[in-house]
Design a binder for this molecule. Structure first.
Ligand code: PLP
Length: 429
C-alpha cells in the first residue's frame, strides 16, 4: 500500500544520505524535509480521525448494481447508496457499446481535443447531449467537476456577477472561486434573499444565478420556476447543475427544468455522465452555441486535459440512446421512489426532500446514523450515514438512493430492515 511505499522511499533517502555525506549536504536536507512532510501529514490525518470525519472505503468485488459482492465477504448485498439511478451502469447494451467503441476507436487519444483528440464519437455524443436537452450545442469534459471548474472563469469577468446557492456542490464553489466576477451567496433556496442580491447586482454587466437542480444531501429540488421568474425580472441568466437530475427527473428524464416546465428559461446546464447516464465518467456543458464555442477556446479543464476515452463515450452515448427511445426506465424509477418514501413514512421515519430518489432518512444524532448504517449492513443492506461536517450539526441521516433496477421486493426488504434497526436503536417507538 501507500504507507509501505512511503516507508521504502524514506529508508532509501536515509541510505542515500549516509552514502552522500553528513549534515549540511543536499541529501541530508532532503531527508529532513521528507521527515517534516511526514510529521505534517500525520498530524493532519490524526486531526481527521480525531474529529470523527474519517471516510472508509468499502471495497466492492462485483459490478455496480442493486446487488453487490463485497471484497471483505458478503454476497448479494443490497445496494442503496449508488448514483446509479437508472441501473445503466451494468446494462448489457451499455457495456456492449463500450466494448465496441474500445475496439473500434482504441483505448484513448493520448491528446487534448484541439491537438489530435477529437474523434467522430466525441462529436456525435456532443450532438446527442444537445438534442437530449433541447439546447444548441454541448461540450464534453473529463468530469462534471471539470465542467464546473471551467465555466465561470471562462464566461465571467470582473464586470459581471454570479449569485450562488449556499449549498451548491463543492465543484460549483471551486469554479466560482476561480473566476473574477463579483460573488454573491444566497441562502439555500431562499427567494427573498436571492431577490435582494439580484437588486444589488444590477450594477454589474451580466448576472448569472447558479444552482444545483437537485441537492444531493437533502434530495430537495431547486425552485426553478421562481428562480427563472426572478431572473427574468432582474435580467439575469440561470445556470443549473443537473448531476442528480439528468436522465430521470421530469416526464422524459430531461431534468429539473423539464420537471418544473422551464426548459426554455434555463440558459446553461452542466451535468455528469458518471451517475444516471451509464455511470462511467465524464461531464458536459450544454447551452447557447457561442458559449460552447467560447468554452472550447478558453475553458482550462477542457483545453489542458485528455479527451474522454472511447469506451466511456460509448457507454454514455448508448445510455442517452436508451433514454431517448423510451421514458419507461425513468418512469419506473419514479414509481420505486414513491414506494420507498411512502412505506418509510408509514413506518414512522422522516424522509427529507420530495419525489427524488435521494431519500435521506433523518435521524439527527451522528452516532445513531453510524450505528444504524452498520447494523443495516449486518442485515445485508448497504447504506451510508452522513453527519457533520458533510451535513449540519444535529441533522445526521442515512442517505438512501433508489434505482430503477431495485425490485419491489428489494425496496420492501430495505424498509423492513430499517424498521427493525430503527426499533432496536430507539429511532422508532
Ligand atoms: N455536481 C454535483 C451536484 C455532484 O453531485 C457531482 C458529483 O458528486 C459533481 C458535480 C461532479 O460530477 P463528476 O463526478 O462528473 O465530476
Amino acid at each position: 500500500g501507500v504507507a509501505w511505499s512511503i516507508g521504502m522511499w524514506q529508508r532509501e533517502l536515509v541510505r542515500a544520505a549516509v552514502r552522500g555525506g553528513g549534515a549540511g549536504s543536499p541529501r541530508a536536507a532532503s531527508v529532513a524535509a521528507a521527515s517534516q512532510l511526514r510529521r505534517v501529514l500525520e498530524s493532519q490525518l490524526e486531526d481527521i480521525r480525531g474529529s470523527g470525519t474519517w471516510k472508509n472505503e468499502r471495497v466492492i468485488a462485483s459490478r455496480q448494481g442493486p446487488h453487490l459482492r463485497l471484497a471483505a465477504g458478503g454476497d448479494g448485498i443490497l445496494n442503496f447508496c449508488a448514483n446509479n439511478y437508472l441501473g445503466l451502469s451494468s446494462h448489457p447494451e451499455v457495456i456492449r457499446a463500450s466494448v465496441e467503441a474500445l475496439e473500434k476507436f482504441g483505448a484513448g487519444l493520448s491528446s487534448v481535443r484541439f491537438i489530435c483528440g477529437t474523434q467522430s464519437i466525441h462529436k456525435d455524443l456532443e450532438e446527442k447531449i444537445a438534442r437530449f436537452h433541447q439546447r444548441e450545442d454541448a461540450i464534453l469534459y473529463a468530469s462534471c467537476f471539470d465542467a464546473n471548474a471551467g465555466i465561470f472563469e471562462a464566461l465571467l469577468t470582473p464586470e459581471d456577477a454570479v449569485l450562488s446557492d449556499e449549498l451548491n456542490h463543492a465543484s460549483i464553489i471551486d469554479g466560482i472561486r476561480l473566476c473574477k466576477a463579483n460573488k454573491y451567496r444566497y441562502k439555500h433556496m431562499d427567494m427573498e434573499d436571492l431577490e435582494a442580491k439580484l437588486q444589488d447586482a444590477q450594477k454589474h454587466r451580466l448576472r448569472l444565478v447558479a444552482t444545483d437542480g437537485a441537492f444531493s444531501m437533502d434530495g430537495d429540488i431547486a425552485p426553478l420556476r421562481e428562480i427563472c421568474q426572478l431572473a427574468q425580472k432582474y435580467d439575469a441568466l440561470v445556470f443549473i447543475d443537473e448531476c442528480h437530475a439528468t436522465g430521470f427527473l421530469g416526464p422524459n428524464g430531461r431534468g429539473t427544468d423539464e420537471l418544473l416546465g422551464v426548459m426554455d428559461k434555463v440558459t446553461i446546464i452542466n451535468s455528469t455522465l458518471g451517475k444516471a447516464l451509464g455511470g462511467a465518467a465524464g461531464g458536459y456543458t450544454t447551452g447557447p452555441k457561442p458559449l460552447i464555442d467560447l468554452l472550447r477556446q478558453r475553458s482550462r479543464p477542457y483545453l489542458f486535459s485528455n479527451s474522454l476515452p472511447p469506451a466511456v463515450v460509448g457507454c454514455a452515448s448508448k445510455a442517452l440512446h436508451l433514454l431517448m427511445e423510451s421514458n419507461a426506465i425513468a418512469q419506473s424509477m419514479a414509481a420505486k421512489t414513491q414506494r420507498f418514501r411512502s412505506k418509510m413514512t408509514a413506518a414512522g421515519f422522516t424522509i427529507s426532500g420530495k419525489d427524488h430518489p435521494i431519500c435521506p432518512v433523518m435521524l439527527g444524532d451522528a452516532r445513531l446514523a453510524a450505528v444504524m448504517a452498520e447494523d443495516m449492513l449486518n442485515r445485508g443492506i448497504y447504506v451510508i450515514g452522513f453527519s457533520y461536517p458533510v451535513v449540519p450539526k444535529g441533522k445526521a441521516r442515512i442517505r438512501v438512493q433508489i434505482s430503477a433496477v431495485h425490485s419491489d421486493e428489494d425496496i420492501d426488504r430495505c424498509v423492513e430492515a430499517f424498521t427493525e434497526v430503527g426499533r432496536k436503536h430507539g429511532a422508532l417507538p
